[in-house]
Design a protein around this ligand. Structure first.
Ligand code: ADP
Ligand code: GLC
Length: 482
């Protein structure tokens, strides 16, 4: 099949979260399975300055796109996706993407991602390449299905093209004032946009995709059900319920070429389920690197996260003081909302040898924490899939998670009697419930046999793309057969 994958972030070129990992790894899987797949992303300033050998595309330079009464110049730049035969094509439009950030609060943000979505269809036309599937990801690419149905429907090239929209996070919908509509090139097709929203003065990108994509997917089965409810749908639940037959939940895969302690070149010492000796070295070096007091028997907790309300950090101020009375260490790596950064800075100030907070983004340190921690803390309020809990399992690090979204689908509660299970879960979004899970975790940690069983169970789990990716191929096949 011919597949055009659209994503606003792709590892290793630009990343703020799991979308970047998934876009790269799914593309890699599709290419390795013999599909003709291209991955399209914007050529941000940070990509240009980053690593990668970029080449101007021989055929696609000096192009112009008339869009919303304006004329944009752009070209395509290409690079190979590392460890893959797939090509990444970068939309090089300096006026819109020549800025450092992936996402901005600039007043043309809607134009940036509108043009990005539109350029996908232009690209196919320039190359006379007819995709079977246009696979969109999140709000940044959600106008593409409507552009296809409206402005490009005349072109036979797209006669067989089906659109898939994967919702990685319904918390970000791309909502802009409706008076920006004229800048998006819908022209005579503007009536196809959600009229209720337009009358209310809004234009919602993700909603547009939810209405017009041929198939909708989200990144776990539980989240697929959750987003159809009032509590999780963030306003889109009714539309999603109306499209229930077109929604599939597919749990994300893990790229074990990147995230496996047996082959991880970033961590201080490699180890495997057969010999966990290296994990102790990783743990000691992690404590040293994060300037924490060394400790033979302390339980080491790790957090690697975007610092947003989604991740459930609200619960921590009530819970951590109690936890910190025990012999524990806490290593936090994250960046995001100021209030959480301040909270972790204060916590470090109050418990200098026990708590360490590194504000920022650091890929290597993320690997060190996965390898060196005993527990990985992810008390998310909601979690479409979550990757870190799956990485943790492979590193023999016990996830403590709330039973929501992908966390519910990938972590199984550990039972000390049967020695089955891989982590510690709690249900209610409350400090008490989290405390319960922490207490169960610490008890198990002090029981070496049980702990060993828990680690082995987690390390044996297989969330590889070889397993999960098939579900996308099946979906593409079903769509194409229609
Ligand atoms: P989300 O996409 O909601 O942020 P995921 O668990 O799916 O959550 O993916 C997060 C990804 O981003 C993981 O690969 C994680 O290691 C990485 N990550 C998040 N914050 C940081 C950070 N501060 N430094 C390094 N990596 C981070
Ligand atoms: C989102 C979600 C996260 C998911 C990731 C990749 O950012 O918050 O749960 O794992 O996308 O799909």
């Amino acid at each position: 099949m011919k597949i055009l994958m659209l994503a606003a972030e792709v590892v290793p070129f630009a990343k703020t979260g799991g979308l970047a990992d998934v876009a790269a790894a799914l593309t890699r899987y599709l290419a390795a399975s013999g599909h003709d797949v291209k991955l399209l992303m914007p050529f941000y300033g940070r990509v240009q300055r980053g690593q990668g050998s970029f080449r101007p595309h021989a055929k696609l330079s000096g192009m112009r796109l008339g869009f919303g009464g304006r004329d944009y110049s752009y070209s395509m730049v290409t690079a190979k996706l590392p460890n893959s035969t797939a090509d990444v094509l970068f939309v090089h439009c300096p006026e819109l993407f020549g800025r450092e950030a992936i996402y901005t609060w600039d007043k043309d943000e809607h134009v940036r991602f509108g043009l990005f979505s539109r350029s996908a269809l232009e690209l196919c036309q320039w190359l006379q390449w007819a995709p079977d599937v246009l696979h969109c990801n999140d709000w940044h690419t959600s106008l593409a299905p409507l552009y296809l149905k409206a402005a490009y429907a005349w072109d036979k090239l797209f006669a067989r093209t089906k659109t898939v929209l994967t919702i990685h996070n319904i918390g970000y919908q791309g909502v802009f004032p409706s008076d920006s509509l004229h800048e998006l090139g819908f022209g005579a097709h503007a009536h196809l946009l959600h009229q209720g929203d337009l009358s209310a003065g809004k234009l919602n990108y993700l909603k547009t995709g939810v209405i017009y994509a041929d198939a909708l997917t989200t990144v776990s089965e539980t989240y697929a059900r959750e987003i159809q409810t009032q509590d999780f749908g963030m306003g889109l639940q009714d539309l999603l319920r109306a499209r229930a037959d077109s929604i599939v939940g597919i749990v994300n895969g893990v790229d074990y070429a990147e995230w496996d302690p047996a082959s991880d070149t970033r961590i201080p010492q490699r180890y495997s389920a057969k010999d966990l000796g290296g994990k102790r070295i990783c743990r000691d070096q992690l404590l040293e690197r994060m300037k924490l007091v060394p400790a033979r028997n302390a339980a080491v907790f790790g957090i690697v996260s975007r610092l947003t309300a989604q991740k459930g950090f609200e619960l921590l101020p009530e819970v951590l003081p109690g936890l910190l009375k025990h012999d524990v260490r806490l290593c936090v790596l994250g960046s995001g909302e100021e209030r959480y950064e301040q909270y972790f800075h204060r916590l470090h100030g109050a418990h200098p040898g026990k708590v360490s907070f590194w504000a920022g983004y650091d890929d290597e340190l993320a690997h060190w924490i996965e390898a060196g921690a005993d527990f990985f803390l992810m008390p998310s309020l909601y979690e479409p899939c979550g990757l870190n809990q799956m990485y943790s399992l492979r590193y023999g690090t016990a996830p403590i998670v709330r039973r929501t979204g992908g966390l519910a689908d990938t972590v199984e509660p550990f039972d000390r009697a049967t020695k089955k299970g891989t982590g510690f879960l709690f249900d209610e979004f409350s400090a008490r419930a989290l405390e319960g899970a922490l207490a169960r975790g610490l008890e198990t940690f002090r029981d070496p046999d049980a702990w060993r069983a828990l680690q082995q169970n987690g390390m044996a789990k297989d969330f590889s793309w070889e397993r999960q990716g098939k579900n996308y191929v099946e979906l593409y096949g079903r769509l194409s057969a229609r």
